[in-house]
Design a protein around this ligand. Structure first.
Ligand code: CMC
Length: 432
């Protein structure tokens, strides 16, 4: 075992020493950036495992994509603070940054934008045969999850995940086609004819046009920018549940469409991307400013959760929530204020001064205000998680690509702590 380095100016070694008291055996392991390799435990006893349900203390990979400090409320993509990207960048530029590690120069951005824009169409059978087969009231996110997996069947070469050209092509396709799929799922659910992508428009404007165009339609620049900012904020969030699903499924060398469908399924859950939908339903149920105190008391007594609050990693204000709140102000200037906003503001004020939430470090997360914007823009609540999935696709793909290039990675296959019955003999049906 390599000896650990010494901290600068100190005699304290950056190592951890573990003793197995059953045998007296000891190992000393280096600590790198707050992480040590659990492989050292195998040196003590090859049948010794870490019990860590929900991965609370496990780093399952090395990653150089997104940095998150939950105590300080910091989020950076490839080193760039989320606040700067939200102010100055575009979703497509951020997508390039997440995938390739650097901001593109002018020529690279032009080519990247052209390439994404020219992969937005989807095969006619996807709409005519596949999407048209859903029941009339199918949930758009359920349709979206299935459509992602189905899309892969049109690209058999996507199975060749170790061909760099094919990999790049599938990444382009997925980023380009998710808005088209999303709009198609929505228009099917309301019985509107599908509207084809318009290559003259920006990424968010094209999506909004495919969603809303009936006769004359032009995207308001404030709304176009707000959509782009929301896409930037949702693009990646390191090893969240959906991204972990992408990595786990991708580790079996499944094609990226199947892996992305798994990631989207994870996102569908109300504790993950489904929370934005749950927030608006919760605010609607609360119904009035006057019911806020009683609702908070119910939450504190264990009757449900304050949706849009709390986070596994953030024990401070989610920096994305702050930007979403500012974006909401700009959107409401155009659309008029969402009447649920007052209830949300009051909930936030009460919760942030209540010891129950303060002691547990529960702050608003990205989903607390995003649903209010989506609703003001006219999106039905069951489209909200789809709106999260569109930009998160690039995060999933960046992690998938990183994993395939990481020589430490193998097929994901955790161990278990078996707590079932010991060996026993089969009892015939008549003798039980
Ligand atoms: N309302 C009321 N109490 C809460 C909440 C909440 N939203 N979140 C956590 N708690 C309590 C929880 O009951 C527990 O209390 P106690 O210690 O008395 O048992 C304590 O806070 C710690 O919670 P936890 O469940 O151990 O925390 P976790 O890290 O396992 O869960 C979470 C994180 C996001 C699942 C959870 O905070 C939650 O369910 N929040 C509401 C759903 C939500 O807004 N999800 C969106 C997350 S951000 C977007 C994304 O990543 O997808």
């Amino acid at each position: 075992m390599k000896p650990g380095r010494l901290l600068k100016g100190s005699r304290v070694p950056e190592t951890i020493t573990i003793t197995d008291d059953r045998t007296g055996k000891t190992v000393t392991v280096p600590i790198n950036d707050g992480t040590f390799s659990s492989a050292a435990l195998r040196e003590l006893d090859k049948n010794l495992f870490i019990y860590d349900p929900a991965f609370l203390s496990t780093a399952a990979c090395r990653s150089s994509i997104t940095y998150l400090d939950g105590d300080a409320g910091i989020l950076r993509y490839r080193g760039y603070p989320i606040e700067q990207l939200a102010e100055h960048s575009t979703y497509l530029e951020v997508a390039y940054l997440l995938l390739y590690g650097e901001l593109p120069d002018e020529g690279q951005l032009k080519q990247w934008t052209y390439d994404v824009t020219h992969h937005t169409f989807i095969h006619e059978n996807m709409r005519k045969r596949f999407v048209d087969g859903f029941h009339y009231d199918a949930h758009p996110m359920g349709m979206f999850v299935s459509a992602l997996a189905a899309l892969g069947t049109f690209y058999p070469e996507s199975k060749d995940i170790f061909d760099p050209d094919s990999r790049h092509k599938q990444i382009l396709r997925l980023i380009a086609k998710t808005p088209t799929l999303a709009a198609m799922c929505y228009r099917f659910s309301v019985g509107l004819p599908f509207f084809l992508p318009d290559n003259e428009l920006s990424y968010p404007a094209n999506f909004l046009t495919m969603m809303w165009k009936v006769g004359e339609y032009e995207v308001h620049p404030t709304i176009e920018r707000a959509m782009d900012v929301l896409f930037i904020l949702h693009a990646d969030h390191e090893q969240n549940c959906g991204t972990t699903a992408m990595r786990v499924v991708g580790s079996s060398q499944a094609d990226p469409y199947s892996a992305a469908a798994s990631a989207a399924s994870a996102l569908y859950g109300p504790l993950h991307g489904g929370a934005n939908e749950a927030v608006v339903r919760m605010l609607t149920d609360i119904g009035s400013f006057d019911n806020v105190d009683a609702f908070i008391e119910d939450v504190k007594s264990g009757k449900g959760k304050l949706m849009g609050f709390g986070h596994r990693v953030y024990k401070n204000y989610d920096p994305r929530a702050r930007i979403v709140k500012q974006t909401a102000d700009a959107v409401f200037e155009v659309t008029g204020k969402n009447p649920l906003l007052d209830i949300a503001l009051k909930l936030e004020e009460v919760a942030l001064s209540d010891p129950y939430f303060v002691d547990r470090k529960l702050y608003p997360n990205v989903d607390f205000y995003s649903g209010l914007i989506y609703q003001a823009l006219g999106f039905p609540v069951d489209m909200f998680t789809v709106l999260f999935a569109i930009p998160r696709t690039v995060g999933w793909l960046a992690h998938w690509d990183e994993m395939l290039n990481d020589s430490d990675q193998k097929i994901s296959r955790p161990r278990q702590w078996y707590t079932g019955a010991g060996e026993r003999d089969y009892v015939k049906l008549g003798d039980r």
